[in-house]
Design a protein around this ligand. Structure first.
Ligand SMILES: O=C(O)C1=C[C@@H](OP(=O)(O)O)[C@@H](O)[C@H](O)C1
Ligand SMILES: C=C(OP(=O)(O)O)C(=O)O
Length: 411
């Protein structure tokens, strides 16, 4: 399916949207619920990635296919390795088989885990024979993906002797690690995080606990961009808090100089995004190493606003759903942008002309589709393979229509 997008002719009216629960919080809690069945989760994510993980957690033998879901792949690798009696081949999409996992496998092998590579050394699919892991000391490179760290920490309280983990190098995507520790703390799992080492205590059971997942901040980014690129849009998003576990909550600060302010409505836990008309006059600069998932949104917003940007700290983007820096460069160039990329950054020149009726490729990446969509406030465009959005945000196109973009679906 492709979608043809245009700014709708109707004047924008203030709109309220209920975005699905955080994918990252949900996937951590699903894993923890498998260890502690008396954990209840509310406002769970409707994402494909959460559905795939829910199903995988009911399986103990045979092939488990997680498709494009990175967190599911990484979290399940640790989970099955420590699940006595499990015998699985854990696999995913063609792209998943190009996303490295050796750092995590090495750390699990140091704990006594039995894991072998089915095809290529260092990449899924993995053959895992789960067992009771008695060892509790391991090390892990922390600069490749924080998901490896979270994977170990989430299964750690179920290990008979807990876990003592030493991290090597600079921790990347750190707020995701903090989210994991905060959710463990919410279940009264004892941990210590000092310098570069984390220790987690064994916890056989928890008290009955219910956790309400906050809505997804990465998904909110597309509405920040919509407000920035529209003439006068105001959008309220429900189930968001000022004190978020999600690093992408930094949107509230990052978009101030892109012309969008955020009002936190504490009485009903919602946020209202509205225009502040103070767009940065020079190049927009940001280090996004803590918030990699909103890099595409911000780059496209800057392009639509006609301002240059220099976004850094993006070394993890190469190993996500696609090589995101390359995909951004290719698609922005089609629209008339002058854009350079390096291993970990993107530099966009200010341009006032945006070409119209361009077809944007999405490279199996939900965030490519959603990041480019708000540009419809500036020009008509087509998004190819538009169903990719369901990886994190299945109702995206319907919600986009509600904020004043006409969405025409075609086969
Ligand atoms: O733990 C998580 O839920 C995630 C961590 C991040 O990955 P990296 O740590 O690989 O950057 C992020 O990009 C991903 O979408 C979700
Ligand atoms: C990188 C992402 O997901 P994952 O790594 O879990 O596939 C994402 O949702 O942007």
């Amino acid at each position: 399916m492709k979608v043809l997008l245009n700014a709708s002719k109707q004047p924008a009216v203030p709109t309220t949207l209920a975005i699905t629960g955080s994918k990252s919080e949900t996937n951590r809690l699903l894993l923890l619920q498998a260890l502690y069945p008396n954990l209840k989760i509310k406002n769970t994510s409707a994402s494909d990635d959460s559905k795939v993980l829910t199903k995988a957690l009911t399986i103990k033998s045979g092939t488990v296919d997680v498709h494009h879901a990175g967190t599911a792949m990484r979290f399940l690798t640790a989970y099955f390795t420590a699940l006595p009696g499990s015998e699985v081949v854990l696999t995913g999409s063609e792209r998943m088989q190009q996303r490295p996992i050796g750092v995590l496998v090495d750390a699990l092998r140091k704990l006594g885990g039995s894991i072998s590579y089915v095809k290529k050394e260092g990449y899924p699919p993995l053959k895992i024979s789960g067992k009771n892991l008695q060892k509790n000391v391991t090390t892990l490179r922390a600069d490749v993906s924080s998901q490896f760290i979270s994977a170990l920490l989430l299964m750690a309280p179920a290990l008979p002797n807990g876990l003592s983990l030493s991290l090597l190098g600079t921790i990347t995507s750190k707020p995701y690690l903090d989210m994991t520790l905060d959710l463990l703390a919410a279940l009264d799992v004892a941990y210590r995080f000092e310098g570069n080492s984390i220790t987690i205590s064994h916890k056989p059971t928890i008290q009955d606990t219910t956790i309400v997942v906050e809505s997804d901040w990465s998904s909110a980014s597309y509405f920040y961009s919509a407000v920035a690129l529209s003439d006068s849009l105001e959008i309220t998003l429900t189930s968001y808090k000022a004190e978020s576990l999600q690093g992408d909550g930094a949107l509230n600060k990052l978009y101030k100089s892109l012309g969008v302010s955020t009002r936190f409505n504490s009485e009903n836990e919602s946020i209202t995004l509205f225009k502040n008309n103070s767009v940065v006059a020079t190049t927009y600069k940001a280090d996004l190493s803590n918030t990699p998932d909103i890099a595409q949104t911000i780059a496209v917003t800057c392009f639509g606003l006609g301002i240059g940007c220099h976004l850094t700290g993006l070394h993890t983007l190469k190993i996500k759903e696609t090589d995101r820096l390359l995909a951004l460069q290719l698609e922005l160039r089609k629209l008339g942008a002058t854009v350079d990329i390096s291993e970990d950054s993107i530099q966009l020149e200010a341009t006032s002309a945006i070409l119209s009726d361009v077809a944007i490729k999405t490279y199996n990446d939900h965030r490519m589709a959603m990041a480019f969509a708000p540009l419809a406030f500036k020009t008509s465009l087509t998004i190819l393979d538009a169903e990719v959005v369901s990886k994190s945000f299945p109702t995206f196109w319907e919600d986009l229509q509600k904020v004043g973009i006409s969405v025409q679906k075609e086969a």
